[in-house]
Design a protein around this ligand. Sequence first.
Ligand SMILES: [Zn+2]
Length: 151
Amino acid sequence: MYTGKVERPCCLCGRSEVDHRLDLPPRAIELMKHGDAIAWQDVVGEVAVHFCVDCWETVRELTLEMGLSPLPRCNVARASFDLREDFEAMTDRTRDVPDQRPLERRMWIESGRTLAGEAEYPPTDRELVEARIRRWALAELDSPVAGRTTE
Ligand SMILES: [Zn+2]
């Protein structure tokens, strides 16, 4: 039986007790440390990165106070994601290369609402950090969804 993603350590320091998680579009792998080792196009679903309590403080400051993305410091080997090949091995059938656009479009729109203060509840720091990193990554990597209107 397919058991899903395994728990991953802090993607900055490798500590196993993690406190915060961000879900990112697979394209963001390109910006991560050792990201060139992964074919992000083959990732099914989201990419999750985790941070321990100490590293989270660094990530929060970098992103919200200094305006810098922490992704270049995040080791892709400590990220959590599913590859198309793994699904094929489990299900005995071949899947097409995943279409990343629906996920990217959803993340782009949701993040825009969070950053514009249009969400139902005031965003938490985690939500703000996640929204900024998603937007930066999609824009920097020329995702087809970036730069469009928010709807
Ligand atoms: Zn850490």
